[in-house]
Design a binder for this molecule. Structure first.
Ligand SMILES: Cc1cc2nc3c(=O)[nH]c(=O)nc-3n(C[C@H](O)[C@H](O)[C@H](O)COP(=O)(O)OP(=O)(O)OC[C@H]3O[C@@H](n4cnc5c(N)ncnc54)[C@H](O)[C@@H]3O)c2cc1C
Length: 444
């Protein structure tokens, strides 16, 4: 693009970026700064591509910061035996993140929970960590408060993307892009086929708040049973809404701090509808505040407790999913399928949260990873579009495994490396990505 065109692109008539600024002229555009987007951006930039990462909120981390999700699942292999030590499932960025979070005291664990290992983390400190991690990459520019609001197509490619920040819009023409929005927003803008689960089967949304001054003792031993009993009685006596039955408390690493998670009804919820999103945010606040008022008045250990942190947004487990060259299925996960095109390991069981009865975990037959093929990270009909994280090309049930943040880091890394390449053929590109992955910090 020349300067005249650039000026024409800025609605306000003010040129806010210089011609060679990556913000105006990226090779690779990453949409969304969650686990998947950060990994994609770092990976593309490290391959030498001028990379622009845009995030509509004021910090990076996606659900892992903005929705107060506080543990990395899918970061480790499924342990082959009960006493096997935790082993990071993917090389490179997931391995680096685990090491850094533990070294800097932002991560705690890993903790074995039944048959899986998880790494707990502090969401606020994770946001700062992501800032610092991204700022170290000379080829990467991050723009916060910047949203993708449209695109233009040229045959089988996305030719142009429209970005917006507070009333100023401008257009960029990246060579490739990675949709890490969680909501497959580019599929919607481009009118490319996507999939969406009917409301009654959707993985339910949830609302997480941070708590302070909870006596840590009430969250251990028989404490959780007492809390559940207190909440059930209050629901029966109609002092609390039925949604309070889905409440779950977890101590954070800091003394007397905890998180409260409440699963919310999914039956009439549409994660891409403004009315529906508004209702779920308001319901989340209503229910969590009511629970805390009730426990404060009725249960020892909660008398000083209070909500200290609200999420930027309610937690969305599932919305749109891309249709890619390959669609990852439930059988792929359960049979731990993998082939030469596999570019990321998925190790989390399928965690189904479709009903009010709580999670149901479906494990693969053998404790082995499913290899996600590059075709599940590449749009079926748009050759320069890759995707990563929650919205990759998978069935509803396979997404119940691949959506977790450890796997999102891995699909992000693979999509970022692929997007930085000039190779067009998916099979050859998968070989290239695998060769690069083999040279990265090995998973330990
Ligand atoms: C209640 C709940 C509990 C969970 N618990 C766990 C858990 O314990 N462990 C675990 O590993 N996973 C958990 N998950 C799943 C996990 O948090 C998400 O699936 C994961 O964070 C997905 O990562 P992502 O990068 O694909 O998407 P996100 O983290 O959702 O990030 C997407 C980002 O894209 C941005 N974005 C969207 N559209 C645009 C646009 N048009 N322009 C610019 N930016 C845009 C968003 O603001 C967001 O920051 C949980 C999820 C929920 C909802």
């Amino acid at each position: 693009m020349n300067i005249r065109e650039e000026i024409g692109c800025v609605n306000a008539g003010v040129l806010i970026f210089s011609v060679n600024d990556v913000a105006m002229n990226p090779d690779v555009l990453i949409i969304g700064g969650g686990s998947a987007g950060v990994a994609a951006a770092l990976a593309a930039a490290r391959q030498g591509a001028k990379t622009l990462l845009v995030e509509r909120h004021g910090y990076l981390g996606g659900a892992g910061t903005a929705s107060l999700v506080h543990s990395f699942c899918g970061l480790y292999d499924l342990p082959p035996t009960a006493d096997a030590p935790p082993c990071v499932a993917n090389p490179g960025i997931p391995q680096e993140l685990e090491r850094e979070l533990l070294t800097q005291g932002i991560g705690h664990g890993p903790l074995r929970m039944g048959k899986v290992d998880v790494l707990m983390h502090q969401p606020q400190r994770l946001a700062l960590f992501y800032d610092q991690w991204c700022r170290k990459e000379p080829n990467l520019q991050v723009l916060l408060h910047t949203e993708v609001v449209g695109c233009a197509l040229d045959e089988k490619r996305v030719a142009e993307m429209t970005l917006q920040c507070r009333g100023t819009t401008w257009k960029v023409r990246p060579r490739t892009l990675v949709d890490a929005s969680g909501d497959a927003v580019v599929a919607a803008f481009a009118n490319h086929p996507w999939d969406q689960t009917p409301e009654h089967e959707l993985q339910r949304p949830a609302y997480i708040v941070g708590l302070g001054d909870v006596d840590s003792a009430v969250l251990s031993g028989d404490g959780p049973l007492k809390i559940a009993g207190c909440l059930v009685r209050a629901i029966q006596e109609q002092k609390l809404p039925a949604e309070a039955a889905g409440a779950h408390f977890r101590a954070s690493a800091a003394l007397n701090e905890a998180f409260l998670t409440v699963d919310l009804p999914g039956d009439s919820f549409d994660a891409t509808d403004a009315r529906s999103l508004t209702e779920i945010e308001m319901l989340g606040r209503e229910v969590t505040f009511a629970i805390m008022e009730h426990l404060k008045a009725n249960l020892e250990g909660f008398s000083q407790a209070r909500i200290t942190t609200l999420p930027v947004r309610a937690g969305i487990r599932e919305s749109r999913r891309w249709i890619g060259e390959v669609i990852l299925t439930e059988d792929d996960i359960l049979e731990s399928r993998s082939d030469a095109h596999a570019v990321a390991n998925a190790t989390w069981p399928m965690e189904l949260r479709e009903t009010a009865r709580g999670p149901r975990l479906l494990y693969p037959k053998e404790p082995k990873a499913c290899g996600i093929p590059l075709g599940a990270l590449r749009a079926r009909d748009l050759k320069n579009v890759f995707m990563a994280g929650r919205c990759i090309s998978s069935t509803h049930r396979a997404q119940a495994s691949t959506r977790v943040m450890g796997t999102a880091l891995a699909t992000g890394q693979a999509a970022g490396i692929a997007a930085a390449s000039h190779e067009q053929d998916t099979a050859r590109l998968a070989q290239q990505v695998c060769a690069i992955l083999r040279q990265l910090e090995p998973a330990k």
